[in-house]
Design a binder for this molecule. Sequence first.
Ligand code: MG
Ligand code: MG
Length: 628
Amino acid sequence: MKTSIATVSVSGNLREKLAAISAAGFDGVEIFEQDFIADDRSPREVGQMIKDHGLEITLFQPFRDFEGLPSPFREKTFDRARHKFDLMQELGTDLILFCSTVHPDSLGGIDRAAEDFARLGEIAAAQGIRVGYEALAWGKHVNDHRDAWEIVRRADHPNVGLIVDSFHTLGRGIDPNSIRRIPGDKIFFVQLADAPKIDMDLLFWSRHFRNMPGEGDLDVTGFMASVIATGYTGPISLEIFNDQFRGSAPKQVAQQGYRSLINLMDDVRRQEPEAAIDLPDMPERIDVQGVAFVEFASRGDEARHLEHTLKTLGFVKVGQHRTKALGLWQQGDIRILINEQEGDLAASMFNAHGTSVCDIGLAVGSATDTAKRARALGGDPFSQTLSPGQLDIPAIRGLGGGVMHFLDDSQALGDVWTVEFDHLASPDHSVGLKKVDHIAQTVSYDEMLNWSLFYTSLFAMKKAPTIDVTDPDGLVRSQALQATSDGLRITLNGAETHRTFAGSFLAESFGAPVQHIAFTCDDIFEAAQALVRKGFEPLEMHANYYADLNARFDLPAATLKKMQTLNILYDEEAGRAFYHLYSRPKEGALFFEILQRDQSYNGYGAPNAPYRIAAQKRLMRAKGMPRK
Ligand code: MG
Ligand code: MG
């Protein structure tokens, strides 16, 4: 299977684009003519530069407004084509994309267009060029791949074929199964893009909102399964126009693209088992069973502050690593590590971000399979020198510089806590925190799609619809992801401005992604009282908030009063209750949340977020945020 991406999908100049595309693992590139024209090298030199990057040109595009023109435009358009064919020979590629015309003078007529393509096929054949015809969703006369195919069929020339593009087909709601009726050898090329479902002008939607397969709402898997069913064996190429990607680092977008393509083809292979897809074998998406540990990088006074916070949350230091400056804190099934080891990854994370989460350990069915799928998707394996007695636990680099370890029940890994740590004390269960409910990560808005694809391609997780959270100083987009068996919940918050609480966290921590960790308990009133006894300082909620709760929900006065005393927030969904409270933001604006959820309440108390953020900001303004 040959993987490819259009140069227009990635930011930077042509050389930067090629370097990023090659490094991400692609086999080829579609050369977007504008990228070529903007470069100062000759066509031959550009062709050589592409080869030097280990890439081949899979397609040259676009040629616009060709078919169905009256004289004298018609003659001119053939001359224009001859000129482009010469250029392609210099570049070293033989396939060009012709998109359906939007020319105001074009006449339409399937046979007229077929005649034009038959004649073009002759010119192309003489120069060893193949022509692919694509129906633009907003084409003047042809906006449906079924009509484009009819034109190609009637042109009946070996050098003329069809190009299908998932956006143009799915964006117009055309059934992709109709592609199954087209012979595979007449499909010259396949372009893929996803998009969020937004009701807007097709052209504007296409130019600004396309995204990688798996990041939007279109059935790109069904589309690709139809293409593969025809026997198509050519390149599979991404053509993404997206404002966010244009502003992101080329390397990141190329990696994201590669991940999405491999992930998609793996899905297609599972959906269409008869099809021959030449893709290395990989385990299917991994179901996360739970959060095994959360590790903080910290040092000195900050580490002592964090330990104090953990104590007030009812955690006990139960272990000390035998060879590293690494303390283990526990309560219920929650394990928190504080890593102060010099020369470790944690040390570089601390230097870059201050006290921050540097590692997340996930409990999975098979750690080896998880690492294998992560690598197949282009993920970087992570390893560091093991100290004596330390177990070699499979790990990858997560996004934002952190690490993710995978733990399973295999003999070697089952006992990491007893093998590597000296036992200091037993956990105290008086507060009653049980497990990690969710981990909230804050990223810049531009990186949200990348992060959510990271999780949904590697793990069996479903996405909730994106919601907007109102910060007094701007909007924060929030996307929740939940593992199939509920072993992992992640909320991704995309900050667009540094004036928001999430944005200032991002700025102050230089991109350290975990902003808060939420723990579950069975009885939040008991937990909150136990916390007070431990000296825990809750985030204070004001009377106006409780007056509003009183108006919105049917809560007994005594309960409401207790909630106010204990600073407990409340939400419900179809009668299912959700109670939560927050710590005050501490080291690097990090904070903790304690919650009690009815089993079928699936949210995160989003309606309370504006009031929680306002309370956090009041604290920030009154006292200034704790600095590193
Ligand atoms: Mg296209
Ligand atoms: Mg939360």
